[in-house]
Design a protein around this ligand. Structure first.
Ligand code: FEO
Length: 168
């Protein structure tokens, strides 16, 4: 059975994952409006991954006898000054999410909540991957600089991203 304080913290994170999904869909829409369809597709996959994260928290809360509580999701940022600014925003966002996951792990340790600690280990590893991927794309966009052909090539490369099977 979840402690009430942990139930509240897990629900807060569930809602943060919704915010992530909403933010990435907004980024996808902006990229699409700039004809960067490959980057837009990459962001749409990111949106779906965040919904998978929502459902992982949803399932864990239910399995532990807790109640899911949804909060209002604030409107995400809608415009950026460049594709680089989009991916820098994504990197900054993922760093923030990593910090909140680590705080949850700390709470699990403090409470002696072993099931939640075990559940969160997947997220700890996932955040390392998410930060590394966003960081790599930021570096690539910096290398491309103002080159239109470089940007289109990177757009094509990112557009080749495939949806990963569930649990990956
Ligand atoms: Fe759900 Fe991108 O972290």
């Amino acid at each position: 059975m979840l402690k009430k304080s942990m139930e509240k913290a897990l629900n807060r994170q569930l809602n943060r994952e919704f915010e992530s999904s909403y933010l990435y869909l907004s980024m996808s829409a902006w990229l699409e409006s700039k004809s960067l369809v490959g980057m837009a597709a990459w962001m749409r996959i990111q949106t779906l991954e965040e919904m998978d994260h929502v459902m992982r928290f949803y399932n864990h809360i239910h399995q532990r006898g807790g109640s899911v509580k949804f909060e209002a999701v604030p409107a995400p940022q809608a415009t950026w000054k460049s594709p680089l600014a989009v991916f820098e925003g994504a990197l900054e966002h993922e760093r923030k999410i990593s910090r909140s996951i680590h705080q949850l792990v700390d709470l699990g340790v403090k409470d002696g909540d072993h099931p939640t600690q075990s559940f969160l280990q997947w997220f700890v590893a996932e955040q390392v991957e998410e930060e590394a991927t966003a960081d790599e794309i930021v570096s690539q966009l910096k290398l491309v600089g103002n080159s239109g052909s470089g940007l289109l090539l990177l757009d094509q490369t990112l557009g080749a991203r495939k949806v990963e099977p569930e649990g990956e």
